[in-house]
Design a protein around this ligand. Structure first.
Ligand SMILES: Cc1cc2nc3c(=O)[nH]c(=O)nc-3n(C[C@H](O)[C@H](O)[C@H](O)COP(=O)(O)OP(=O)(O)OC[C@H]3O[C@@H](n4cnc5c(N)ncnc54)[C@H](O)[C@@H]3O)c2cc1C
Length: 236
């Protein structure tokens, strides 16, 4: 990891010598897809070399020796999706809680969702109650991870004062981070497949909170910001 003066660079070298790398470049305004598609790999390389030229480490050497297949995409921290299920549809993974890649946990929490959802469908007879139980079990954990990931993103693009502070704090923070106990809540999460879901939410409770829908559902029903009524906005 290189917390550069102007951008963040991450890389990983395989024993074969092959290097995987990425750069986080912040902009005040989000570029459009069209704008990004008109930037050639050579132009990206030039821009990246300028961004990392004053930083220690191998960023510029890696960028110079990279091939010509460079892709650039905007990264977002999605606002919380208030409703994860309605009628016969339930959301899992990025659809419910897309997180920026800073924590490296997006795929992991998507897989965890799938296992918990499968357990709920196995142990709770009615699918809609199974979906609500699944959402209730998963929400707190994924919210914590999405927030953690967003926090890391903010420190990567610190201003001059923030950068100095970060550089002072970083050695201690890394020590804390390297301590396996510090982030055990995130990295050693265990889901016991053989353990049954013992206390599914009751249908009556769900109906009162407005979480059960009587008809079918449309994917657009789940988009953040849609007016879905107070009961559903509270979620389960
Ligand atoms: C740059 C970057 C780096 C990342 N690094 C990490 C990392 O190090 N560790 C980590 O755990 N996570 C990482 N992630 C996050 C991780 O990739 C995602 O969180 C994870 O892939 C989410 O899985 P998903 O199954 O929910 O969604 P997806 O993987 O997006 O799967 C959804 C699938 O649905 C398909 N689809 C879409 N619409 C339709 C349709 N209408 N009909 C049929 N199919 C459709 C898509 O083609 C896709 O295959 C990273 C993400 C990015 C962008």
């Amino acid at each position: 990891m290189i917390f550069g003066k102007r951008a963040f660079f991450g890389y990983s070298a395989r024993p074969s010598g092959e290097i995987y790398w990425f750069a986080n470049v912040s902009r005040r305004e989000e570029p459009t897809r069209q704008e990004l598609s008109t930037i050639t790999p050579q132009a990206w390389k030039r821009q990246l070399l300028e961004l990392f030229v004053d930083d220690a480490g191998p960023a510029t050497t890696i960028i110079e020796s990279a091939g010509n297949e460079l892709g650039a995409y905007p990264i977002h921290d999605m606002p919380t999706v208030p409703t994860w299920h309605r009628g016969p549809i339930a959301l899992a993974g990025d659809a419910a809680h897309a997180t920026s890649p800073n924590s490296g946990q997006g795929a992991s929490i998507a897989i965890e969702d799938a296992i918990v959802l499968a357990k709920c469908l196995r142990d709770v007879p009615e699918p809609e109650i199974a979906f609500a139980t699944y959402a209730q079990i998963r929400r707190t954990r994924v919210k914590k991870i999405v927030e953690y990931s967003a926090r890391i993103g903010r420190t990567k693009t610190a201003g001059p004062i923030g950068r100095r502070l970060r550089d002072v704090v970083m050695p201690f923070a890394l020590k804390y981070f390297a301590n396996s106990k510090a982030h055990a809540w995130m990295y050693t999460h265990h889901i016991d497949w053989s353990e049954r879901i013992e206390a599914p939410l009751r249908a009556a409770t769900l109906s009162r909170s407005g979480c059960l829908a009587s008809g079918g559902a449309n994917v657009n029903d789940f988009l953040p910001g849609r007016d879905i009524g107070e009961g559903q906005r509270r979620g389960v």
